[in-house]
Design a protein around this ligand. Structure first.
Ligand SMILES: [Zn+2]
Length: 133
């Protein structure tokens, strides 16, 4: 049984589990950066690990390398408001994401980016709840 094997393998290999969780985060936004909408190439910790942020879904968002690097250790909303690509709908989406309401967050992101393939986003709904910790 492939499903059983997969679960067993993930239990043995936490790294594989984290990798799948990261992939599911990227898929949830259609592989796009939550801040600017460019292709997401990394996972950004909204509250940085250096400040006690956790590697859980609520604290981890898909981000492009540029946003991830520039945001650095700044408070996320302070930083985001200063960006040229600032979009209040995305800011609301980030707030909802942090609050753990990914359903609302993704709906707001769709609103900010009307060209998003909504089917692709819907098909990933079941993956959101996983936490790496
Ligand atoms: Zn970005």
């Amino acid at each position: 049984m492939h499903t059983r094997d997969a679960v067993f393998l993930e239990d043995l290999c936490p790294k594989l589990r984290v990798r799948r969780w990261r992939q599911s985060l990227h898929k949830s936004t259609g592989q796009s950066c939550i801040y600017c909408g460019k292709p997401s190439e990394s996972i950004d910790h909204i509250k940085p690990l250096s400040r006690g942020g956790l590697s859980v879904t609520e604290n981890c968002v898909p981000a492009c390398l540029s946003c991830n690097g520039r945001k650095s250790d700044e408070e996320v909303f302070d930083w985001y408001r200063q960006q040229r690509f600032y979009d209040p709908r995305r800011a609301m989406a980030i707030r909802a994401w942090v609050d753990g309401d990914l359903r609302l967050a993704l709906r707001l992101l769709e609103w900010a980016k009307p060209n998003t393939d909504k089917k692709a986003i819907k098909s990933q709904e079941q993956d959101w709840t996983f936490q790496a910790a």
